[in-house]
Design a binder for this molecule. Structure first.
Ligand SMILES: NC(=O)c1ccc[n+]([C@@H]2O[C@H](COP(=O)([O-])OP(=O)(O)OC[C@H]3O[C@@H](n4cnc5c(N)ncnc54)[C@H](OP(=O)(O)O)[C@@H]3O)[C@@H](O)[C@H]2O)c1
Length: 335
């Protein structure tokens, strides 16, 4: 009897979700990037560079913003090659700026980018970095640097872009690249998780402000993704953090980028790849924006089940932490 009820419940969820997906498909206003200007911070490497290829292949003109000029030049050449394969391909330009630097300099970059390629239609805030260290080992200045680059830098660029977007009244799209660690605090990520979680709440508030202006806000939550930034992050990462984050696997930046662009064009608030991302966003939806029937129904009907599943994840994470702790205690005793 109990099993029969559970099966009926699961079938009902499946049927409702399928109907909602079909309804979403036919009722969503389709947006495209043909001839539009996309500005990508962190566009010279990793996920940002893959986003640049993705939007260029859809006919957009692209502005890349990062610090290192040699990497920007190389990325510009590569994205330009993607543009040449598109019949109505756009242009690719770059600007060097430190997002942890002065707000005036960042606003000037947006002004100059718009002066040459027109108003920005899609902004992808991807510049950022991660460091994983045990709490007591984190240098105090790293707390500030992570907030400056991952959070404040994104806010300053977005302000400059949104002012023009709102004044034009033709809509647009803003994307923040957070992290799964912005939804779930993990061992070693005290400083990083906080900087990525800050983006999520800012995005929720901004979504409410920009809705009447037809400007969508999307937060992307990449899992571990195979990028130069991830290689850097792995240096000196505590073994616990490595073992815990390995559970979700390693994804390709192209996969994350394709989903990010599609979700943003569809106006979805959350963008994820893989089962863990789907589960985490459903579990952590709280009072977040409702942007489509499919994810709303998943949040309503699956969050109880996912909370139950989370028990097993959290249990295995705490076993990892306990085991590594015991190993250290044992090796200290044997010294
Ligand atoms: N890879 C992952 O596993 C993963 C997982 C979750 C979230 N994320 C997030 O995804 C985003 C991209 O990460 P990624 O792995 O693709 O990293 P990446 O390969 O290191 O690329 C980072 C980009 O950001 C730029 N950047 C970094 N600091 C900057 C600053 N202060 N000012 C301006 N630009 C800056 C870098 O260029 P310059 O160094 O030349 O400035 C580069 O273009 C980050 O926000 C990261 O936190 C990554």
């Amino acid at each position: 009897m109990g099993l029969c009820c559970l099966l009926n419940y699961l079938w009902a969820i499946l049927a409702i979700t399928a109907m909602a997906t079909i309804a979403n498909f036919f009722t969503k206003k389709k947006r495209d990037l043909l001839g539009k200007h996309v500005l990508i911070t962190g566009g010279s490497s990793g996920i940002g560079l893959s986003v640049a290829h993705e939007v260029a292949s859809r006919g957009a003109s692209v502005t890349l913003v990062a610090r290192n000029v040699a990497r920007l030049e190389k990325a510009q050449g590569e994205v330009q090659a993607t543009v040449s394969n598109v019949s109505a391909g756009g242009k690719v330009q770059f600007f060097s700026a430190d997002l942890g630097g002065s707000a005036e300099q960042i606003a000037a970059v947006v002004r100059d980018a718009e002066a040459s390629l027109g108003p920005v239609y899609m902004l992808v805030n991807c510049a950022g970095f991660a460091r994983a260290q045990k709490f007591e080992d984190i240098p105090p200045e790293l707390f500030k640097e992570l907030m400056d680059v991952n959070y404040t830098g994104a806010m300053v660029v977005t302000q400059a872009v949104v002012r023009v977007m709102k004044a034009r009244g033709e809509g647009g799209a803003v994307v923040f690249v957070s992290s799964q660690a912005g939804l779930l605090g993990l061992y070693g990520f005290t400083a990083y998780s906080a900087s990525k979680a800050a983006l999520v709440k800012a995005a929720e508030a901004l979504h409410m402000e920009l809705r009447p202006h037809d400007i969508t806000v999307t937060v992307c939550y990449p899992p571990d993704t195979d990028t130069p930034g991830f290689v850097e992050e792995n240096k000196g990462k505590p073994v616990e953090t490595k073992l815990i984050s390995e559970a979700a696997g390693l994804f390709k930046p192209e996969e994350v980028a394709r989903k990010l662009v599609e979700d943003s064009l569809n106006g979805a608030f959350s963008s994820t790849v893989g089962f863990e991302g789907f589960m985490l966003t459903a579990l952590c939806a709280g009072m977040g924006p409702i942007t489509d029937a499919t994810s709303f129904l998943a949040q309503v009907f699956l969050s109880g089940l996912f909370r139950f599943v989370s028990f097993f994840y959290l249990w295995s994470f705490s076993r990892i932490v306990e085991r590594e702790h015991q190993k250290r205690v044992a090796s200290k005793k044997s010294e």
